[in-house]
Design a protein around this ligand. Structure first.
Ligand SMILES: Cc1ncc(COP(=O)(O)O)c(C=O)c1O
Length: 439
């Protein structure tokens, strides 16, 4: 940010051209601190002596560099965060983007601006990561789980339509594995019933649906840059986006309601509550992320196209291998309208052709040394819903597809850059295990 210029409604120190700057400044990051980061990000492999020698050289070079370059003084909410947000706005074609701690924090911000309040209802798919509904549960709204489309595992708009009531204020649509849900149908329901749509695009940064970037179709969208995602922000990170006018207030929602553009009498800033749809106010939390995370994410974004391309090629390879193999239903691939990010290879088994179930399949793969991370479980199976007073048995009965795919059909394989040998071994193993399970 320009020296001396205050960002509207944001919390960035800018005390102008003064001789002695802002009072509250923490310890400088020195060469040892940087070496610790290098050591952590590039840990020792096998040869300790060679590693230590090289590290000493790196440490000396960093010290020389620091003498030439000085200290980083702004570690949070500075120019890199701003640059990242500008880049993301341009990339996604949205008016507002805000870098936050994680996608879940972004969902919470979207829900607050959607005016969700205790007692209101929010519809979300039964199969997703648990945090899709966590902010709504925290806000004491009632979560209603909709069944899923068994082919894509995404929310089924027909079941959403059945479950909309006069209290429904929000629908959360999720891009499982990066594959878009039926957003046209969801947005139609939203328009007809005056409902806000918050997109859980945690897996979907860089994908698209009918020419629009995934996560920019509803009223709010939030992406994850957690360490397991296609690109990451040093372990944690999220970006919430919108085209709604309230996006102007995203910086306040990110940092405790700070309104530095409107100082109160005898003080530097005001602290405001967030005004949601319908005039409902809620308090803001602190979801600020760091400059260094923004810098790394900006850099990873430069590789995003190639990252997705490699994953797509891996998915195409697996589909080719599984084509015509009895008992396997391969992953849906891109179409003219749909561009996935291929975060996961989601595929299914056909229980009518196979003995045993998905658990047997996973066990068989595990025995061949192919890790099977447990796939997403329907949310009504976790304790939190029951502990918060939900009749989870009754919910389960309203989501027959979720139950069926979870128990009998679906799992996923990795698509990150495996070696060709690993990829082939994984495909061979899947085919062998499935063949052993043929009835
Ligand atoms: C579908 C889905 N939604 C939300 C999240 C949460 O993202 P974050 O950890 O950035 O809050 C995840 C994380 O894996 C996810 O898989």
């Amino acid at each position: 940010m320009d020296k001396g210029k205050k960002a509207k409604s944001d919390f960035r120190y800018a005390t102008g051209d003064v001789k002695v700057p802002w009072a509250a400044i923490g310890e400088n990051v020195n060469a040892d601190d940087v070496t610790e980061i290098v050591k952590f990000l590039i840990p020792n492999g096998k040869n300790q002596a060679a590693y230590d020698r090289q590290l000493t050289r790196v440490r000396e070079e960093i010290e020389k560099l620091r003498e030439k370059g000085g200290y980083a003084t702004k570690l949070s909410l500075g120019n890199r965060v701003k640059e990242l947000e500008e880049e993301v706005k341009e990339f996604l074609g949205v008016k507002y983007a805000c870098f936050v701690t994680n996608a879940t924090a972004g969902f919470g911000i979207g829900l607050k601006f959607s005016g969700l309040k205790p007692g209101d209802e929010m519809i979300a798919p039964a199969i997703t990561f648990c945090s899709t509904i966590s902010p709504a549960l925290e806000m004491r709204a009632k979560v209603v789980l909709a069944d899923i489309d068994p082919r894509t595992l995404n929310i089924d708009p027909e079941d959403v339509a059945r479950k909309i009531t006069s209290k429904t204020k929000v629908i959360m649509s999720v891009y499982i594995g990066g594959y878009p849900p039926d957003m046209d149908a969801i947005m139609k329901l939203a328009r007809e019933n005056d409902i806000a749509v918050v997109e859980d695009a945690a897996h979907a940064f860089g994908g698209s649906y009918k020419g629009k970037m995934s996560g920019t179709i509803g009223h709010f969208g939030s992406y994850s840059f957690h360490e397991v995602k296609n690109v990451n922000a040093l372990g944690e990170g999220g970006i919430v986006v919108t085209n709604e006018p309230c996006g102007e207030d995203f910086p306040k929602a990110r940092f405790v309601g700070f309104d530095i553009a409107h100082p109160i009498e005898k003080w530097l800033y005001d602290v405001v509550a967030l005004k949601g749809k319908g005039g409902h106010y809620s308090a803001a939390g602190n979801h600020s992320s760091t400059e260094i995370q923004a810098a790394v994410l900006l850099n990873q974004m430069k590789r995003l196209k190639e990252i997705i391309a490699v994953r797509r090629e891996n998915a195409e390879y697996l589909n080719k291998r599984f084509e015509g193999v009895e008992g396997i239903v391969p992953c849906p691939l891109d179409t003219d309208d749909i561009k996935s990010t291929y975060h996961l290879y989601l595929f299914q088994l056909d229980p009518d052709r196979l003995r045993g179930n998905i658990q047997d399949f996973k066990k068989g793969l595990g025995e061949k040394g192919v890790t099977q991370v447990p796939h997403f479980a329907p949310l009504y199976r976790f304790s939190y819903m029951k502990q918060l007073g939900y009749d989870t048995e009754a919910i389960r009965k309203t989501c027959p597809n979720a139950e069926e795919v979870f128990l009998h059909r679906f799992t996923h394989l990795p698509l990150y850059p495996l070696t060709q040998q690993q990829l082939e071994y994984m495909a061979d193993s899947v085919i062998e295990v499935v063949k052993e399970m043929i009835k």
